[in-house]
Design a protein around this ligand. Structure first.
Ligand SMILES: C[S@@+](CC[C@H](N)C(=O)[O-])C[C@H]1O[C@@H](n2cnc3c(N)ncnc32)[C@H](O)[C@@H]1O
Ligand SMILES: Nc1nc2[nH]cc(C(=O)O)c2c(=O)[nH]1
Ligand code: SF4
Ligand SMILES: [Mg+2]
Length: 232
């Protein structure tokens, strides 16, 4: 059937609109939240592809490249199919794709408890305030501490969390001093987590006790349960 000019315009507008609502996705999976304040909840994870950082200990390098372009509505449908109340948007660096902000807003509109794992290197000021941000500050041994965007601390809400992943005693001392200097514990919960396989978790726990720090110790629960298996 012939398509007249106005139909063609409608078709173009429609495809432009849906292209504008697509995200590059590495995986969507259903598991147990292994990190931060929602630890232990059955959660659907949406892992966005790509990251402008290269933390030396990154456990998710498989998300740097590839992925599939997916419509946000299609992502929402897959999330809904798992019947979980919690959704975690992660990556890669999710905020490196601007349209992540739309996904976050739509997930909140649908009534999910939404958390966002972000590196702390990209401005978080436009993230929907209903989202619980879990924002890393990168310690020196990550090789990426120059990327910390310190103004992000001004956009944290009481339900957000700041996480520092620690690979050594020197990283620990840096983290302890940064928390004190910026009074981060007065803004929101602070999490200290050992780099998996680098620093002895017990050593980190003992340093926190010894210095009476106002921070929450954290181990990645999914690594205890499933080691490094992707898809969990
Ligand atoms: C893979 S990142 C994705 C989100 C974002 N790019 C970020 O860095 O927060 C999710 C979380 O995993 C943590 N992580 C990555 N590799 C890790 C490792 N080897 N041991 C402990 N935590 C790790 C990151 O620090 C971050 O808190
Ligand atoms: N189970 C599980 N919990 C997680 N919490 C944050 C994760 C992440 O990679 O951002 C993650 C993950 O990869 N798996
Ligand atoms: S910012 Fe996150 S995803 Fe990117 S390299 Fe660091 S830990 Fe990995
Ligand atoms: Mg992970």
């Amino acid at each position: 059937m012939a398509v007249n000019a106005s139909d063609a315009n409608v078709a173009n507008t429609t495809s432009a609109a849906s292209a504008a609502e697509r995200l590059r996705i590495t995986e969507i999976f259903h598991s147990i939240q292994g990190e931060a304040d929602a630890i232990g909840w059955r959660t659907v994870f949406v892992r966005l592809t790509g990251c402008p950082l290269r933390c030396v200990w990154c456990d998710t390098e498989y998300s740097f490249y590839g992925g599939d372009w997916r419509d946000i509505d299609d992502i929402l449908a897959e999330v809904a199919s798992h019947g979980a109340k919690h959704v975690c948007v992660t990556g890669g660096e999710p905020l490196a794709q601007k349209r992540c902000l739309i996904l976050l807003r739509k997930l909140c509109d649908e009534g999910y408890e939404v958390s966002l794992e972000t590196s702390g290197a990209i401005d978080v000021s436009d993230v929907d305030p209903r989202v619980r941000k879990v924002m890393d500050l990168k310690a020196p041994d990550s090789g990426e501490s120059k990327r910390n965007l310190w103004t992000n601390l001004n956009h944290l809400l009481p339900h957000d969390q700041v996480k520092i992943v620690i690979a050594s005693r020197a990283d620990y001392e840096w983290s302890r001093d940064v928390v004190a200097e910026h009074a981060i514990d007065k803004r929101c919960m602070v999490l200290f987590s050992p780099v998996h396989g680098a620093v002895e978790p017990r050593a980190l726990a003992e340093w926190i006790i010894e210095d009476k720090l106002p921070v929450r110790f954290q181990l990645q629960l999914h690594k205890l349960l499933w080691q490094d298996a992707p898809g969990h």
